[in-house]
Write a protein that binds this ligand. Structure first.
Ligand code: ADP
Length: 600
């Protein structure tokens, strides 16, 4: 188990305090004991001196008094000095002792070897502290020699013994008081050190809590501390680090969202690969192109995802050569993609090594195809009448001109082919003008009824020629439309002309106009025109293509009927130029129906 800093600090302070208190207590107790002992020693010395003075007559007398008298004297002196008094002769025999009964005196051990006596014999005085052999109490002894060193009679030794019991009792009380005082001080110190450790470590705890929140992703956290020391500095640094981290993360996420917006809004598909060909990133356009989601693609080998040999070869080439590559691939869906692969340089796993950009060029290729077809068609369409004209002119030059009948027939054919050539060129010119925006459609309010009337009047003779029934069905509540009357007449005339051409004699051609049903393009906001016939009809597969330039279902028949193959292309452009739409469908039971919708 690891201790928190607070507890470490608290325990360290307490340990230091405990050591301090114990050492201080022991030293104080010892010095007090020594002081007491020194004081007792001094007092004992004075007492010994005074008693030695009292005993001086005894020493100077020629003989010592009998033992019982001596005992009485030492007991008296002992009471005065409040100490045990012992009188010892030069051989160490105890002559009198205040602590020994008279009868026991003879049995008292010789004291010559007592340390204080030995010192007194040698120096005149001696001191010792020990347990008494006689009383068993710890006693402080002081011995002095009585009489002069040079005297004829043998010297006597006076010894005072001060029992230490009282002193030791006092010292015990002192120690107890000291322990009590230090114990109380220690308890106060415990409380103080806990408080101190808490206040010292609180900023650290705050910093720890803030760091935890930071690690949990909360970047708005801030450490509040008023201390100016290292902890304050640490808190400031942490706050600054948090601010910088926040601003860096904001900057990064801003960059990321901009990058994401760019990638998401791109029409081109983007795929990022690492050096091993694993897909790291793709954008939504890529997902749409390949029908694979980002989650399915990421982390997988690109070759696994595509299974397209040409694309896989291109990826392998980029990764192997580490140079940009370009190619074009055709997807099974029919989409044509241009692939541009560039090297990003990453060599580690999960580092961008190659970036592939896919452009969908299906429309471009389709337009190119149409353009090529158009050029081929124009050449072909122009060459046919020209070849015919050239042929007949050569025939005239070769002698045909000499026969008036033949020359008139040939010249008639040449004229017809020239007219056809002229017609094609006129239609082409008109188409090109409309396409390039050179033709400005008028914007005038029109009654569609009057447009229909004009067209019918114009077309009726043609219809009559082929004995067609021409029927006009015009609703009464048609809204006004805005547009160019001449051009709209051209549209209807073209459609009716086609119906007449492609319907065998005696057919029925109907031109109807009605307000657009409310469900289609809003409530009555347009006009729907329909040209239906009972003619040969258009096979379903050809219907979407009849509006292309030079597209004809039956080329020979169209040419024979004087068609250029450009009529419906012009019609489509005029209708779309008016904001409308045109399509063709099958008429029931037979024939075709062209439907034009124009906005009001
Ligand atoms: P064309 O000058 O050949 O008539 P268009 O552009 O007007 O050229 O028409 C294109 C082709 O559409 C025609 O060649 C013909 O095959 C077909 N087509 C147009 N209108 C009709 C129709 N009413 N019935 C059958 N086929 C039609």
């Amino acid at each position: 188990m690891s201790l928190s800093i607070r507890w470490k600090v608290t325990l360290a302070i307490l340990f230091a305090l405990l050591c301090g208190f114990v050492i201080a207590g022991v030293l104080a107790a010892r010095s007090l004991a020594e002081q007491e002992l020194a004081q007792s020693g001094e007092a004992l010395q004075v007492s010994t001196h005074l008693i030695a003075l009292d005993l001086r007559p005894l020493v100077t007398a020629s003989s010592l008094p009998p033992i019982p008298q001596l005992q009485t004297i030492v007991r008296e002196l002992s009471q005065r000095a409040r100490a045990r008094v012992t009188l010892i002769d030069a051989s160490g025999r105890v002559l009198a002792d205040s602590a020994v009964r008279d009868g026991d005196l003879a049995g008292v051990e010789n004291h010559r070897t007592r340390p204080e006596i030995e010192q007194a014999v040698a120096t005149g005085s001696g001191t010792d502290l020990r347990a008494s052999h006689t009383t068993g109490e710890r006693t402080l002894y002081r011995a002095v020699r009585l009489g002069d060193p040079g005297a004829a009679s043998a010297p006597l030794y006076l010894r005072l013994g001060l029992p230490m019991t009282a002193l030791e009792h006092e010292l015990t009380i002192l120690q107890r008081n000291l322990t009590l005082a230090f114990g109380s001080a220690f308890l106060i110190a415990v409380a103080m050190s806990v408080w101190l450790a808490r206040s010292l470590t609180r900023p650290l705890s705050d910093i720890t809590a803030a760091a935890r929140q930071l690690a949990g992703g909360n970047l708005s956290v801030a450490v509040r501390t008023s201390s100016r020391d290292e902890v304050g500095l640490l808190a400031d640094t942490l706050n600054r680090m948090t601010r910088e981290l926040r601003s860096k993360i904001e900057e990064l996420s801003e960059d990321r969202s901009q990058l994401l917006a760019m990638l998401t809004s791109m029409v081109e598909g983007v795929m990022v690969l690492d050096s091993k060909g694993r897909i790291l990133q793709v954008n939504p356009a890529w997902e749409r192109m390949f029908g694979v989601t980002r989650n399915e693609a990421r982390g997988r080998q690109s070759s696994e995802v595509f299974g397209h040999p040409k694309l896989n070869a291109l990826v392998s080439a980029v990764l192997a050569a580490r140079t940009g590559q370009e190619g074009e691939i055709l997807l099974p869906s029919g989409r044509c993609l241009n692939v541009e692969a560039s090297v990003a340089g990453g060599e580690q796993d999960n580092e961008a090594c190659a970036v592939l950009v896919f452009h969908d060029i299906t429309e471009l290729r389709r337009l190119e195809h149409i353009r090529k077809d158009f050029v081929a068609n124009v050449s072909h369409e122009l060459r046919t009448p020209l070849t015919s004209i050239k042929g007949y002119v050569e025939a005239l030059l070769d002698g045909g001109k000499d026969d008036p009948q033949t020359s008139v027939r040939f010249l008639d054919i040449i004229l017809k082919q020239s007219d056809r050539l002229n017609l094609i060129l006129e239609d082409l010119l008109q188409l090109s003008k409309i396409e390039s925006g050179q033709v400005q459609f008028k914007q005038e309010p029109l009654h569609i009824g009057s447009v229909i009337e004009r067209t019918i009047a114009m077309i009726k003779p043609l219809a009559d020629k082929k004995q067609h029934r021409l029927i006009a069905q015009v609703d009464a509540d048609l809204p006004l439309i805005t547009g160019d009357q001449e051009r709209l007449v051209q549209v209807l005339a073209n459609l009716l002309d086609n119906s007449i051409k492609y319907t065998p004699e005696g057919g029925q051609i109907t031109l109807s106009a009605r307000r657009l049903p409310a469900t289609r393009t809003g409530p009555g906001d347009g006009v729907e025109l329909m040209v239906s016939d009972t003619g040969i009809g258009i096979p379903e597969a050809d219907r979407p293509r009849v509006f292309e330039r030079f597209y004809r279902v039956d080329k020979a028949r169209s040419r024979e009927l004087g068609g250029t193959g450009l009529g419906l292309a012009i019609v489509k452009h005029i209708v779309e130029g008016h904001g409308g739409q045109i399509h063709v469908e099958a008429n029931v039971p037979s024939g075709s129906r062209f439907v034009v919708r124009l906005p009001a």
